[in-house]
Design a protein around this ligand. Sequence first.
Ligand code: MIC
Ligand code: SF4
Length: 756
Amino acid sequence: MAASATTPIELVRDAYARFDARIDVARTRLGRPLTLAEKILIAHLDDPAADFERGVTYNDLRPDRVAMQDATAQMALLQFMTAGLDAVAVPSTVHCDHLIQAKENGKVDLLAAEQSNAEVYDFLESVSARYDIGFWGPGSGIIHQVVLEQYAFPGAMMVGTDSHTPNAGGLGMVAIGVGGADAVDVMTGFPFNVRWPKLIGVHLTGELNGWSAPKDVILKVAEILTVKGGTGAIVEYFGTGANSISCTGKATICNMGAEIGATTSVFGYDDAMARYLTATGREEIADAATHIAHHLRADDAVLADPVQFYDQVIEIDLSTLRPHINGPHTPDLAREVSQLGDEAREQGWPLEISSALVGSCTNSSYEDITRAASILRFAADNGLSVKVPLMITPGSEQVRATIERDDLLGTFEAAGATVLANACGPCIGQWSRPAEDNDHPNTIVTSYNRNFPKRNDGSVNTLAFVTSPETVVALALAGTLDFDPLADTLTNAAGEQVRLPEPVGEELPSLGFTPGENTFVAPPVDRAAVEVKVSPTSDRLQLLEPFAPWDGEDYLDLPILVKAKGKCTTDHISMAGPWLKYRGHLENISGNLFLGAINAFTGEAGQGKDQLDGTTKSYPDIAKHYHEAGQPWVAVGDENWGEGSSREHAAMEPRFRGAKAIIVRSFARIHEANLKKQGVLALTFAEPEVYDVIGEDDRISILGLANLEPGVPVECLLTKPDGTTLTFLGNQTMSPEHIEWFRAGSALNIIRARTA
Ligand code: MIC
Ligand code: SF4
């Protein structure tokens, strides 16, 4: 099948043809009604008769498509290439969005990126052409917006090499963020293996009003569930309130479900989705979906008594939900905007805002931009002006061209805003910010989704707060965190007190969308003639060597490279920003390994004691030393290790440098899967207190590996420098297949053996 710029209706019809038989059979077999997520998963089971149990069984699924962004596609496709196939087995796309640095403005920055990333873009374009993958070049937009606009459809299933892939849940799709190795499974024609998720239902009643926006729904959910509350679960939204939210608003909510660790989030098919499909030129898909609408939402009996069918139900009344803002440093630290001023004063967070940023894959829809622009227009008419640098990132070329045509970008520019490229930019540390702006504690507000330290401009001094685009704009007009747009007034140029009106938006452009520049490149007819170039001297791309299989021995007396304290997200393990340029070069990117991790013994970031020579070094240097000395090691950590991104570099770097096991209190889902894929043991302390007794100079042995069995804890032995020992158990969640990956050295080694 040739890769196309949008999902062909035939593919949708084929997918829907499976629904009737499969869903009815499953309902009868289980003897109960089904939720929406269950229906979609059942329709995509590799073996329709397979048994599944929530939170217990691992099941094989057949996603309809794969999407990859440039920062993760490189490693995914370097792995795919080693399988020796002629083409991808399912429709797949690559999106160039993460590697564009924000400095001047969209146009200038795009040109600069095309030059500085030429080698990587050429590689991605040629590898896409060679293996029948659709290629969206730099400037086309952020992966999740483009997928929503072109590829997502209700009831479909996809995997994407980015944690915010669930964005497509706003269009009723089960869209799961994965590491590159999982994407390689699907692209090589193997099923996607995942633990059957638990189900969290969010019952929405009432209707959003005034300053409250879809963003506030997910900020509230994150506050309730915390950053790990969604782990292993699909979050399903339903209720009359759900129907009142636009399709792109739903996408915002699903997008940020990544922040609570959810496998994905999804809304049932409704009129808002039909309107969005129609506005984006996909009426045929809307018609097909309407035809099977009963399969594209939970059964009525589920909706009538949700508590009986979901593992947990959360109730949110949209009518009383007030604008929220979260941060700094963690996406679950939310409160109402009205309370932030006092809290910031108590905590000593700078009240003065240093920059305000609107857009990203999370919040750059037509509706978002019209609501934010309505406030700016009022401000201009009433003598108010923005007090801090304001930046706007359109999510896609289609959104950019449409908001340009409708003079919304003009409104932003008239307010002094900088229009950045249709790309991730400051959301992923690709922000060339003047040093004088962040060499001291400073506060920024964004409509993005993440706010980990150093996330936006690489500076620990920057505290990021996340809120809706309209609230970002209101705060930019106030210049301070201590402003509640619902209650407070601003002083205008004439010295008068002015209250901002409620934002007004348009769900969809009345003139329709305009596509802007065409940035899609379809694979050529003669794919075999395409040469994929990777220079052996490149510092940005490196062909992969297979990892060695397990040697059949237990791991004895391993030093602890790092015992991390507190949050250890994938940004702490493998930082983005300036390191994004090495995403296709495993050896070079390993230079960032654990640079952000906080040493539990010293409280310092990124450095520890080299057990081979007793000196203090950066973690990547210690890892390199151990690797070169043939000294395997372990890493130890706390709760929700690997939270955040899907980047498999956070698993491949430790693997490459000789990590045998990562032992922590708990894992984030994607990262745990990435470790398993690469043949690293992912263990959790059966007794969490063991974490506390682990000392800097201790050694850890991992025993009984020849008898590894699914789900059976692994025996570990901690040896203190004085020779005293402590035996403890490391829980693991390996299926028989995961054990095969471990023995083979990686999941990819098994694929290679099968496709050879
Ligand atoms: C992110 O938002 O953290 C990223 C950058 O999009 C990552 C992917 C990456 O690290 O390349 C993600 O969310 O998976
Ligand atoms: Fe890009 Fe930020 Fe979205 Fe990740 S969260 S895809 S970095 S815009």
